[in-house]
Design a protein around this ligand. Structure first.
Ligand SMILES: CC1(C)CO[C@@H](CC(=O)O)CN1
Length: 431
């Protein structure tokens, strides 16, 4: 019977070309979590959690129609899982009309950290602004108080830069110039040189990053006198591939020369300690093996590095389902005390909805993506990782815990000129 089934909706970006098709790995990860949660006798005793899902193609319009189909067809859904930033924006803005909590496992847009527009949104994927405290921490560590910004004109980078500017002024770090470009970075790079920018934070998608790197080579804005911060979630060999396909006018050697020494920041999505048992009983390494098996069954040739999109974010989807199960478990106990049940939810009874909201809001557990906890804006609290390209490969330099202001540093950085690059031209006075 349906009386012991708790239903949730899932909107995954699988097909299409727009944005991020991370549902390809995130839906299998969510299904693994459903199996694991339903196998636990101590979780939702007497109930089964069921996921009803469909493909949004990372298109907000299609995502909206998937949501309406989920909500206008029986059975009642108690919560919605969703992927891309664009789809989460649309779904989370509408979901409040159905008193539904929305859990986003693949949305990085800083605009989503807005409780007025998205009162019931939570995300296990950290906001792109999670990089900014780490960038500031490194600027202070190396004594850089004069920096520049080069960004692609995309919403996610525009709002990330706004947050970075605010944090720089709090930290008394001067932003000498902020250059943006749509697709051709050459003028923006020329302006960086004109302003004698030496420490530059670069914010762009990976295709634009290859264009920028080739332009830096051509304009000689790289090497021992420059420090570049790039985003850390591009594939490891991003600066050596697709050069012909994307008409990049530089050789692999030239791209490597320009890339040498740059720093990256990224949010950690896999629990670092591979031996640490998480709430499911698995370590993050166990999860990786289980996910790889599930993906092989779907036909991905993992052993030939043929990974589906969203592999990196799969732990976020797995932990999102655990967040739902733990929240429902907490809510059931509370509702029983007032003679109610989750099965009473009908999109209109706010008392049940408020119970679900406060249960998810107080989530705190160790998942395969690390400690899962949310800020008051529903943002994922996450660690960041710092890397540097040394002899053409990324080396982990350290980790930063923003909440604790704790930088774990491994002293592995290498500076091309043998010393920390300056943030400005130093005029040597003739003695
Ligand atoms: C780190 C990345 C690639 C950032 O974009 C997210 C997708 C989105 O924000 O739409 C997925 N994870």
């Amino acid at each position: 019977t349906d009386s012991n089934v708790l239903h949730i909706g899932g909107i995954f970006p699988i097909g299409g070309q727009a944005g991020w098709q991370g549902g390809q790995a995130c839906m299998p990860a969510a299904r693994l979590a459903l199996e694991d949660v339903n196998a636990r006798k101590d979780l939702l005793p007497g109930y089964v959690l069921k996921l009803h899902s469909n493909d949004s193609e990372c298109e907000p319009g299609l995502g909206a129609s998937v949501m309406y189909n989920l909500l206008y067809n029986e059975p009642t859904k108690l919560m919605l899982l969703a992927g891309c930033s664009t789809v989460c924006t649309t779904v989370a803005e509408a979901a409040k009309m159905w008193n539904l909590v929305v859990l986003c496992y693949g949305a990085s847009s800083p605009a989503l950290s807005d409780r007025n527009r998205f009162p019931t949104l939570f995300r296990t994927h950290p906001s792109a602004t999670v990089h900014n405290p780490t960038r500031i921490k490194l600027m202070k560590k190396f004594g850089w108080s004069r920096v520049a910004i080069l960004q692609q004109a995309e919403e996610v980078f525009i709002s990330t830069v706004e947050d970075l500017e605010a944090r720089c002024s709090e930290a008394a770090i001067e932003i000498v110039t902020r250059q943006s470009f749509l697709s051709d970075p050459s003028d923006a790079v020329r302006n960086l040189r004109r302003q004698d920018a030496r420490v530059i934070v670069g914010l762009f998608y990976v295709v634009a990053a290859r264009r920028v790197l080739c332009e830096l080579y051509k304009q000689n804005l790289y090497g021992k006198s420059y420090t570049w911060f790039f985003i850390g979630w591009y594939e490891d060999n991003w600066f050596e591939v697709n050069l012909d396909k994307e008409n990049i006018d530089c050789t692999v050697e030239q791209m490597r020369a320009a890339a040498e020494g740059h720093l990256t920041t990224e949010a950690l999505m896999w629990n670092q300690d591979e031996d640490e048992k998480t709430i499911s009983g698995m370590t993050s390494l166990d999860f990786r093996k289980k996910l790889n098996d599930a993906l092989r069954e779907e036909g991905y040739d993992i052993d030939k590095n043929r990974y589906p999109e969203g592999y990196q974010e799969a732990p976020l989807a797995y932990d999102a389902v655990w967040s739902v199960a733990l929240a429902f478990n907490k809510t059931m106990d509370r509702l029983t005390q007032i003679g109610k049940s989750l099965k009473d939810f009908n999109y209109n009874n706010k008392d049940v909805a408020d119970n679900i909201y406060s249960a998810i809001n107080s989530t705190q557990f160790l998942g395969v993506s690390g400690i899962v906890a949310f800020s008051s804006q529903g943002d994922r609290i996450a660690l960041t990782q710092i890397e540097q390209v040394i002899n053409g490969s990324y080396v982990v330099l350290g980790y930063y815990d923003t909440q604790a202001d704790n930088l774990t540093w491994r002293n592995k950085e290498v500076w091309i000129g043998g010393k920390v690059p300056q943030d400005r031209t130093i005029i040597k006075r003739a003695l």
